[in-house]
Design a binder for this molecule. Structure first.
Ligand SMILES: [Zn+2]
Ligand SMILES: [Zn+2]
Length: 271
């Protein structure tokens, strides 16, 4: 063996057993599970608006386990992510939470449920009331983690969220998601147009905003989101628009199954 070959072999051996290159940037992505509105799952059989966050191939966070979303999450991730964020207690965002919590808990996995404090109270009092006949209490069923507005709360060792309240009849929160304290995603939950709210979310390079063709106090309109897009450096995607045919014509829609890379510089270039 030549000296060079020996040096190479020794260097290769030294690398074995080393921890993964910590300088390698993590692969963080958002995978949309559905874009359905309130009645879409029930009447059309397509999942409600929901997505998962993957880090280096592992699903870390399920956002909004609404009607029709969980099966997509399980197919996409191979299992239910350990952490779940619930924006608010409407069925298209929280409808499958009781089944997920009790099945996972029975399998020995208590899920971590993050939500705004008022939302959490409503989930515990109303949404999961059907589980109390088992004799279990809320703290037995899940790890409930309130996310007060403006405060950083851990999803896991690397991901954290800061929740912000949107404009919706049922109290609803969006968030800024960070990876190791760097914002990667702003999410509105369900909300009417609110520029200040969007600007808070806009500390992240990618935004997912709720919008419909027509603006209402409950949901922003496509035109309002389009106008906001012109004022932000963040990339904007529209969620919760309904079925594929209802997608916004002038903004980028979330498309179920189509992964969006997160992180990286704040730029409008589509990744
Ligand atoms: Zn909704
Ligand atoms: Zn809603």
């Amino acid at each position: 063996m030549t000296r060079t070959a020996l040096a190479f072999l020794l260097a290769s051996l030294a690398q074995l057993g080393q921890p993964k290159d910590s300088a390698a940037p993590p692969q963080i992505s958002l995978i949309p599970l559905g874009t359905g509105k309130g009645a879409t799952a029930v009447y059309d059989g397509e999942p409600s608006s929901s997505f998962v966050i993957k880090v280096d191939g592992e699903c870390r966070l399920l956002v909004d386990p609404g009607l029709g979303a969980s099966q997509k999450a399980i197919k996409t991730c191979g299992a239910v992510p350990k952490a779940v964020f619930v924006s608010h207690n409407h069925s298209d965002h929280a409808g499958e939470l009781p089944v997920l919590l009790i099945v996972e808990r029975t399998a020995g996995r208590k899920l971590r449920v993050l939500s705004g404090p008022e939302v959490q109270q409503r989930l515990i009092t109303h949404r999961i009331a059907e589980l109390y006949s088992t004799g279990l209490q809320a703290p037995d069923i899940a790890d409930w983690v309130p996310a007060p507005e403006g405060q950083s709360v851990k999803v896991d060792d690397e991901l954290s969220i800061v929740a912000y309240k949107g404009k919706h009849s049922e109290v609803s929160y969006g968030f800024v998601l960070s990876y190791r304290e760097s914002p990667v995603l702003g999410f509105s939950g369900d909300s009417g147009y609110d520029r200040e709210f969007y600007q808070k979310l806009g500390s992240a390079p990618t935004l997912v905003l709720d919008a419909r063709k027509e603006s209402t106090p409950e949901h922003a309109g496509f035109d309002e989101v389009k106008a906001f897009e012109a004022t932000t450096r963040s990339r904007v995607y529209v969620a919760h628009y309904g079925k594929a045919a209802d997608a916004p014509p002038k903004s980028a829609p979330l498309i179920p199954g189509q992964a969006i890379p997160l992180g990286g510089p704040q730029t409008k270039g589509r990744p």
